[in-house]
Design a protein around this ligand. Structure first.
Ligand code: BG6
Ligand code: MG
Length: 224
């Protein structure tokens, strides 16, 4: 095994902001009289703000010009930012901080690979910024997951080869992005949703670097 970096998605992996994204999108969908379910919401996880809006408008069979879409995206984001304004380190998902510490103790680099333009704000609120050697977020990429850009930029910034990186993802689009980047992917959540990940764990509770390496069979896998 020659793994040198772990790249973490943010929403749904380090913190449960996915529920706030859902609440804000649901509120917008209701305003537009669009029926938007939790199942539909799975399609939004990991994808950019604008692409999420496009999916919702497609569900509602509504066509709008870019100016109207920008206004709606801004509205959703204002609600979302209001929802997350109360985040504190207590909202970090169980086991995450200890896991990050054990990763650091094993000299593995840590990067963030998130589509969110609110990443810096959230990391600050959670007091997690200092753990990251590289932060690639929605302000630094132009192509949304499943495009591999966000993870490849992280590897490049760390000066580490893609095949030496492991990605942690809770979204189908994110798992696809990791695989498209030629990286090993650990799914965080349910195997039913994250079938394409090489390994799926429910979360980081009771997990540490050594346990993960054992579960991953030392990551001696042929990726490409
Ligand atoms: C991803 C979330 O991390 O970020 C998506 O999974 C979200 O649901 C995307 O749409 C963009 O986030 P933001 O904060 O820039 O609207
Ligand atoms: Mg996510």
């Amino acid at each position: 095994m020659n793994i040198k970096a772990f790249i973490f998605d943010l929403d749904g992996v380090l913190v449960d902001t996915a529920k706030y994204h859902y609440l804000a999108w649901k509120r917008l969908a209701e305003e537009l009289s669009i029926d938007f379910s939790l199942k539909d919401n799975e399609r939004l996880k990991g994808v950019s703000r604008m692409k999420s809006l496009d999916i919702i408008l497609e569900i509602g069979n509504i066509k709008l010009d870019n100016i109207a879409k920008d206004k709606l995206a801004q509205k959703k984001n204002a609600w979302y930012v209001e929802y997350i304004s109360t985040l504190t380190p207590k909202d970090i998902l169980p086991g995450v901080t200890d896991f990050l510490k054990s990763v650091k103790a094993n000299n593995i680099k840590i990067a963030l690979g998130s589509a969110s333009k609110n990443s810096m704000l959230i990391l600050q609120k959670l007091d997690l910024t200092s753990y990251f050697d590289s932060i690639i977020d929605g302000t630094k990429v132009s192509k949304a997951k499943p495009d591999p850009e966000v993870f490849l930029k992280g590897a490049l910034e760390l000066n580490i080869l893609p095949r030496q990186c492991i990605v942690f993802e809770d979204a189908q689009a994110g798992v696809a992005a990791a695989i498209n980047a030629g990286m090993y992917c650990v799914g965080i959540g349910s195997i039913d949703i994250l079938k394409d990940a090489q390994l799926v764990i429910p979360g980081f509770f009771n997990m540490n670097y050594d346990k993960l390496v054992k579960l991953g069979g030392s990551f001696n896998v042929e990726l490409l």
